[in-house]
Design a protein around this ligand. Structure first.
Ligand code: MV4
Length: 498
């Protein structure tokens, strides 16, 4: 096994990966920027390296700095987590060129999957269903307009280098087509430095359902079932669950087969995710492949008992998958909520400040993946996700109710969070019935959500102080009564103000 691994990331995912390494006996090296000096991932790691300025390009995105440091501390491998450098083929290649194992697939596969047109063509050739549309080489406006008319309306224009809604346009009729293509191209050019686009039929009642796969370096590929990720806000997932409420045994078998075919088509290795769109008639289509460990991986771990982060390390070290598809089973139901430092009553604006108190809910089958703790400062430099809360139970209804309980018992003071908003989504009748699409939040919620924010922070602190004093006084009284020699025995009813 590797003796030392560098984790090129921060927050909860860095913590998650460091723990996986430590369980196998691998020494860990954290990297951090100035503002993360005291962050949990730095405290937990065996060694840590200061990357300097907090700006991502200076720190967590700084390829030469990270690689030089990995070499100087003697790390044999780098785990990129998600985001930052996780799907950057140049980084994977740079690791490889310096003799450092990149924990993920080969650079060429990351590059291929980053090009959405090439990815779709590859999948089409492997008989994996893709969303009907135009994903050809020709990028002149006349060709795109002609092809768009063939696709029909409504359609979507999407950026070839994109993902996550950037450079995307909905086109409802022929007269909007040319303008939408041009503006999608402009946005793609400025966001990705590449103006290539493709066209897709706009699916009705779409759901985002993805399959987790694991592939070793000896041509074994397995899938670990699906995750339902339709609950998104501005193309950010906020609640994920498994199994999907629409999944049937037959559909799961078909989609699982397609997911494995997709991975095999490119000679994929390590952990990956095949994203599908499923329409209202349960037709499924390949959308894209994520070549990383995902934010929502814990719900798969909770229902299969398989540790994905540890398998990433074992696979990267050349180990063969001991797991056979027929032996992988799913038990119960799991839900994940992403807790963000943002204000639902103010357009979900990020909220910054020092965390005065962090006390997550605890209990059986409750998992908290966190990169925060009391006294940590939330700055504007990075993603405002604070933590992930994952619960599991026997079935969907129980795990939703458990999640509502857990969110109700989550204490974060110092910044505004989306916790009350998450609860409102889980309490929605249509959500409870499993009637969800990628447009659920847009359909049922406004951008400004009136939420009972509770008491102001000062009042909460005053109450907390009062409460702790009150508790101590009771303890003193109990102590007094238990011990006949207590000095309190001699002071009668007089007490200091404790
Ligand atoms: C779609 C779609 C419907 N049909 N593709 C792509 C990026 C992802 N974050 C959203 N995407 C979608 N792709 C086809 N063929 C619906 C979405 C979609 C969406 C589209 C427009 C406006 C808001 C949306 C929210 C979630 C998903």
């Amino acid at each position: 096994m590797f003796k030392k691994v560098l984790i090129a990331n921060r927050s909860e995912i860095a913590v998650r990966i460091i723990k996986a390494c430590q369980e196998i006996g691998i020494k860990t090296v954290a990297v951090y920027s100035e503002v993360d000096r005291r962050a949990p991932h730095v405290q937990l790691a065996d060694e840590s390296i200061n990357l300097g300025e907090p700006t991502p390009s200076e720190s967590y995105l700084n390829i030469p700095k990270i690689i030089e440091n990995a070499q100087s501390v003697g790390a044999e491998a780098i785990h990129p987590g998600y985001g930052f450098l996780a799907e950057n083929p140049d980084f994977a290649k740079a690791c490889h060129d310096k003799g450092i194992k990149f924990i993920g697939p080969k650079p060429e596969i990351i590059r291929l999957m980053g090009d959405k047109i090439e990815a779709k063509k590859t999948m089409e050739n492997a008989d994996v269903p893709v969303i009907p549309g135009y994903h050809g080489e020709k990028q002149d406006i006349a060709t795109l307009v002609k092809e768009g008319k063939k696709v029909g309306f409504p359609l979507l224009v999407k950026a070839t280098a994109g993902g996550g809604g950037k450079g995307m346009r909905i086109v409802n009729s022929e007269d909007e087509l040319e303008q939408s293509i041009e503006s999608a191209k402009r946005e793609s050019k400025s966001s990705f430095g590449n103006d290539s686009v493709f066209l897709e039929k706009y699916l009705d009642k779409p759901r985002h359902i993805e399959f987790q796969i694991l592939a070793d370096e000896h041509e074994n590929v397995i899938h670990l079932f699906e995750r339902e990720c339709s609950i998104q806000r501005r193309h950010q997932k906020i609640i994920e669950e498994t199994p999907s409420p629409v999944m049937t045994k037959k559909l799961r078998e078909e989609m699982g087969k397609a997911a494995i075919a997709a991975a095999e088509a490119v000679g994929y290795t390590n952990a990956g995710t095949i994203e599908f769109m499923v329409d209202g008639n349960l037709n499924f289509y390949f959308m894209e492949m994520n070549t990383r460990l995902q934010v929502e991986h814990p719900i798969t771990e909770a229902t299969t008992g398989i540790d994905l982060a540890k398998w990433q390390l074992k696979i990267a070290n050349g180990m063969e998958l001991a797991l056979k598809q027929k032996n992988i089973t799913q038990r119960g139901h799991a839900v994940e909520c992403r807790v963000y430092a943002e204000d639902p009553s103010n357009g979900f604006l990020p909220s910054i400040g020092v965390l005065k108190k962090v006390e997550p809910p605890r209990g059986p089958n409750i998992r908290n993946d966190m990169g925060i703790e009391t006294n940590i400062e939330i700055t504007p430099y990075y993603d405002p996700m604070l933590a992930k809360l994952v619960v599991s139970a026997e079935n969907r209804e129980e795990s939703i109710n458990k999640m509502i309980w857990a969110l109700s018992n989550y204490v974060i003071l110092g910044v505004t969070t989306n916790i009350s908003f998450l609860k409102k989504v889980l309490e929605h009748e249509e959500f409870k019935k499993g009637n969800i699409t990628t447009h659920f939040i847009d359909n049922y919620f406004e951008d400004r959500i009136i939420i009972n924010k509770g008491l102001p922070l000062d009042a909460i602190i005053a109450l907390a102080v009062y409460d702790s004093l009150h508790t101590r006084r009771q303890e003193v009284v109990r102590f007094k009564e238990a011990d006949p020699h207590s000095p309190w025995k001699r002071v009668g009813r007089w007490r200091m103000g404790v």
